[in-house]
Design a protein. Structure first.
Length: 702
């Protein structure tokens, strides 16, 4: 059992990391340690009981409390804020007891209760020992006879070692421009990342990574290959918040959880509320090791369904937009099949009245003009061609010009006295409502039962406005959480009823990519941006936590582009290869080249999708970038290298590989020598690439 109890508290040990907490002299539940696993239990520091610092900063202000409530004269970010029925707005939590269980996973549950009010808070810790990851969540119960209002409830506060100086790595972006990495020093105050958009969003992503600040007095920073990194994420697809706080007394802590902005939850007598979970881990081996830890965990624990390679697909959106009909799609499908594509996806525009983005969302029946015999003939033809059939849907949305909206105008999020702000001419159905959820489950269940569909692309093309819940049965600000729970319910029910379907998550590209939806969707669309050089950079951003077998890339048409088809394919081959160009307009040579590249991708994709990723050179920082995917047994690897623009006389630096077995010997395509893994990793190989050229090379053990 990896949970150890000592005189003052608990030590949670994974294979190579440990986390310790306990009760200090004042009986306060206090964080003690998070870092490498130490040889002996006695090595872990006892819970700190710091002195205060004048009347302005009492001991509690200096104590790294594990889960502080809003109370007393401390001024740190609290994890929990509750207003009781009598108007009192603070929580005084005291330790009551703890239980340890070993099945199904080692779990520690620590119970805290308010000394006066009937409030119980349980801190839940679960260990994924082999993955070196810890999961935290919080359950709150009302044991009394009057309601209480929760105004903030975070999933965890992750404390970093005291008195260190740190940097925060996180991801920012916007629609068409996702996945940009930032790495910045943290200093006194709060750095807040969040979403208020009802989706995890293109703009920030609910994960963090922290390393030591090399410019400060303590320790070395991390890079891809080494250095200490503490990292975490929230499994949630709606409004979230990360608050990285550095106190005036050398304590750095990362609070993570539901966003408290416009949030409130009424907890009635006898009720309980449980937060989303936050996962976190530590490595001493840099950001690369952090990513590989996430990738294995996501592949083996988070993703739904059986482990299977994600197939090469074609999506006709970039080719035909809304202008779809049976003949055009059959024609594209025939070409797609001849190239070796395995899934044909019909995107937006297939349902009644959908000729542009101004109408018809909500009316999910095939358009009688475009598909006079329904979708069945197209699906049949796609199947005859040996491909799976995929369909685009956007269940959460409704167009004001639709039958659904005319029938149920109250089903959208809105305030009765305010205009309903449209984005892309659409409104958002209130998935917090059980009747809306039931309706969607029934509608899409019928669609999927009546048609042999193998793949669904679930899109979401706007963020929120007017978050009102007409006729809410309780506290209307619960909508933020109840909507997401409703979304999970609808998606979960459809997934359960149609287990053969592969689900792609899309929100205008990468607008809702998070560990919450990754439990329901097999893959996600990274972006609507089809420029491969941007794509490379975005892949670096998303690959910080998401593995290659979840990331779909486009190979699309770039009119007048200097980027060759080969370069575009090589970028797509770094994840799940997807095509989106107008295949009917491709020349015979282009189709032949595409067929050869698809065939090549099929031979390397088990390594790409299930291998270990080593980011060798960053496309966000260099015009010569490279990644390596190494098979789990290290007998093979696939190297991708890309050069964008560099001055003509530039000599490319040797590309030093990683992740090979230093003792074994390997060949690399195009290189005459056989060398040890150690040599390839220390000396590297010289590549000669011209501007906007790329290569894919197989590395093989001899
Ligand atoms: C946004 C998606 O990201 C695109 O790929 C496409 O599906 C459109 N929506 C369709 O409306």
């Amino acid at each position: 059992m990896p949970i150890f109890t000592n005189a003052t508290g608990w030590i949670l040990a994974t294979t190579s990391t440990a986390y310790a907490l306990g009760l200090n002299d004042a009986g306060v539940l206090t964080h003690c340690y998070w870092g490498p696993r130490l040889p002996a239990l006695a090595d872990y520091p006892p819970p700190p009981s710091p002195d205060g610092w004048s009347s302005f900063n009492p001991p509690a202000q200096l104590t790294p409390e594990e889960y502080p409530g809003y109370t007393g004269n401390t001024f740190v970010e609290p994890c929990l804020k509750v207003t009781f029925a009598d108007g009192v707005r603070n929580v005084v939590l005291g330790y009551v007891g703890a239980t340890v269980e070993s099945e199904p996973l080692p779990t520690l549950a620590i119970t805290l209760e308010d000394g006066f009010y009937p409030l119980r808070v349980t801190l839940l810790y679960r260990l994924y020992e082999a993955y070196d990851l810890l999961e935290r969540a919080v359950r709150i119960e009302n044991l009394g006879t009057e309601p209480m209002l929760i105004e903030r409830i975070w999933s965890a506060l992750w404390h970093l070692p005291q008195h260190g100086r740190y940097r925060l790595r996180h991801m920012v972006g916007r629609h068409m421009d996702e996945g940009i990495l930032r790495h910045e020093p943290l200093s006194e105050g709060v750095k807040r990342l969040e979403s208020r958009r009802l989706a995890s969003s293109h703009h920030h992503s609910p994960w963090f990574a922290v390393d030591r600040d090399p410019d400060a007095d303590l320790g070395q920073g991390a890079d891809e290959c080494g250095g200490e990194v503490w990292f975490g994420a929230l499994a949630w697809s709606g409004n979230w918040q990360i608050a990285a706080e550095v106190t005036d007394f050398g304590s750095t802590r990362i609070g993570i959880g539901l966003n408290d902005w416009d949030f409130a939850w009424r907890l009635d007598p006898g009720e309980a509320f449980t937060t989303p979970v936050s996962y976190a881990g530590y490595t001493a081996a840099g950001f690369g090791a952090m990513s590989r830890c996430w990738h294995t965990f996501i592949r083996e624990v988070i993703l739904p369904g059986e482990r299977q390679v994600q197939k090469v697909f074609y999506n006709s959106w970039e080719a035909t937009h809304f202008d779809v009909d049976e003949a055009s799609q059959v024609h594209l499908a025939e070409i797609a099949a001849s190239l070796g594509i395995e899934v044909f996806v019909l995107d937006d525009g297939w349902f009644a009245g959908r000729n542009d983005d101004t109408a018809a969302l909500g009316d999910w029946r095939p358009d009688p003009h475009k598909f006079p015999h329904g979708l069945t003939p197209l699906i049949r033809r796609v199947h005859e061609l040996g491909m799976a059939f995929g369909l685009w849907i956007e269940p959460e949305m409704v167009s004001p010009k639709s039958e659904l909206y005319r029938t149920h105008p109250d089903w959208v999020l809105h305030f009765a006295t305010r205009a309903r702000t449209e984005s892309r001419h659409q409104l958002i159905l209130n998935l917090a409502r059980p009747d809306v959820q039931d309706y969607l489950i029934a509608q899409f269940d019928r669609l999927l039962t009546e048609h042999p569909i193998d793949f669904i692309k679930w899109d979401m093309n706007r963020n929120i406005s007017e978050p009102g819940w007409h006729d809410a049965p309780g506290e209307p600000r619960e909508v933020w959480v109840r909507y997401i729970e409703g979304l999970y319910r609808v998606w979960g029910a459809l997934r359960e009823r149609h287990p053969q379907i592969v689900w792609q998550n899309c929100s205008g590209g990468g607008g809702r990519v998070d560990l919450g939806l990754m439990r329901l969707a097999d893959q996600f669309q990274l972006s609507d941006n089809i420029d491969p050089t941007r794509f490379l950079a975005m892949q670096e951003g998303f690959s910080q936590i998401f593995p290659a077998n979840t990331m779909h890339a486009w190979v699309a048409d770039l009119p007048a582009s200097h980027l060759s088809l080969r370069f575009r394919f090589h970028v797509g081959m770094c994840g799940i290869l997807g095509l989106g160009g107008h295949l009917a307009r491709w020349t015979a040579e282009e189709r032949a080249e595409a067929a050869a590249l698809i065939a090549q991708y099929k031979t390397i994709r088990p390594i790409v999708q299930f291998g270990e990723l080593y980011r060798l050179r960053s496309p966000q920082r260099h015009a010569f970038a490279a990644v390596l995917y190494v098979a789990p047994d290290r007998s093979e690897a696939v190297l991708f290298a890309f050069r964008t623009h560099l001055p003509a006389q530039t000599r490319l630096p040797p590309l030093r590989l990683q992740g090979l077995d230093p003792q074994r010997h390997y060949t690399i395509e195009g290189q005459p020598e056989v060398r040890s893994g150690a040599a390839w990793m220390h000396l590297g190989l010289d590549l000669h690439l011209g501007d906007f050229a790329s290569c894919v090379l197989l590395v093989r053990q001899v």
